[in-house]
Design a protein around this ligand. Structure first.
Ligand code: CMP
Length: 130
């Protein structure tokens, strides 16, 4: 995807231009229709997502946990720790999301520790909130 799009996303905003060009090679931005299930609770994890437009609903055991919007990411828990998806994520409105495969996400974790730190910090806040 176009590296300049990544500059608009807080998670990637502090990267150097060179890092952003690299991250852009790992990422794709895709359109998602309202109602699409992006993540299925209990499934094995292959992707990490960052929302650029629209709203998603996170549900666990059919209970609504939270809504996520532009700048928010999801899919990190299973990739980093759980292996299987801890919750489901469904598009509430039409969305645009940046998608990264798990293998690239792990490379990013190693090469861009500041990004990894932001993701882990938010992940533990989410776990505390339950
Ligand atoms: P993962 O378990 O991979 O797939 C479901 C995702 O929903 C999870 O990663 C998080 O990104 C997100 N999620 C789960 N629980 C919460 C929560 N309490 N608050 C915000 N997001 C959550």
């Amino acid at each position: 995807m176009d590296p300049s799009r990544l500059k608009q996303i807080p998670l990637f905003a502090k990267l150097s231009d060179q890092e952003r060009r690299r991250a852009a090679q790992w990422a794709d931005e895709v359109d998602v229709p309202a109602g699409e299930r992006l993540v299925n609770q209990g499934a094995f994890a292959h992707e990490f997502f960052v929302i650029t437009e629209g709203t998603a609903e996170v549900t666990k055991d059919d209970e609504r946990l939270v809504e996520l919007g532009p700048g928010d990411f999801f899919g990190e828990m299973a990739l980093l720790e759980d292996e299987r998806r801890t919750a489901s994520v469904v598009a509430k409105t039409p969305m645009r999301v940046v998608v990264m495969f798990g293998r690239d996400f792990r490379t990013m974790e190693h090469e861009m520790p500041n990004v990894a730190h932001e993701i882990r910090k938010e992940m533990s806040a989410r776990r505390k909130r339950g």
